[in-house]
Design a protein around this ligand. Structure first.
Ligand code: HEC
Length: 116
């Protein structure tokens, strides 16, 4: 009986880990409506209103901000884009200390909705 209970507990925790992994690496858990507000406040200045990389500051950056609606960005996995948002790259700032993980998921969901 005890063995069975342990087994149930064990499978339940495996399930949670899988859920957590999915939540941390996919856009499915993000809310694009919330992401849009975050995008307007934090990203638009560089990436532009429609994500084309033509924001006010963006035009003067080298390398320029990625066109988030372009085929190159679209072809990248959620995990890769989340990593750039969290860690930054070149002049792209890191957001992990400024935005929480849910915010970053919401941003990813919004970015994905731009390219549809
Ligand atoms: C100061 C300007 C600036 C701001 C603000 C900024 N970015 Fe960027 N972003 C960049 C630049 C420049 C790159 C390209 C970096 C490179 O080519 O290595 C980039 C790249 C990216 C990429 C990688 C795309 C790819 O194809 O790999 C993503 C995703 C991204 N930004 C999302 C965001 C989000 C979301 C925000 C707001 C939270 C944001 N950026 C704010 C400048 C900015």
């Amino acid at each position: 009986m005890k063995g069975l209970r342990l087994l149930v507990l064990f499978s339940a925790s495996c399930f949670c880990m899988a859920e957590l992994e999915a939540a941390l690496t996919s856009a499915a858990s993000g809310d694009p409506t919330k992401g849009k507000v975050l995008y307007a406040n934090n990203c638009l200045i560089c990436h532009g209103e429609h994500g084309k990389g033509d924001g006010l500051i963006g035009e003067s950056l080298h390398p320029p901000p990625t066109n988030l609606t372009g085929s190159q960005a679209r072809a990248k996995s959620d995990k890769d884009l989340l990593t750039v948002i969290r860690e930054g790259r070149a002049t792209m700032p890191a957001w992990k200390n400024r935005l929480n993980d849910q915010d970053i998921q919401n941003l990813l969901a919004y970015i994905r909705s731009l390219s549809e």
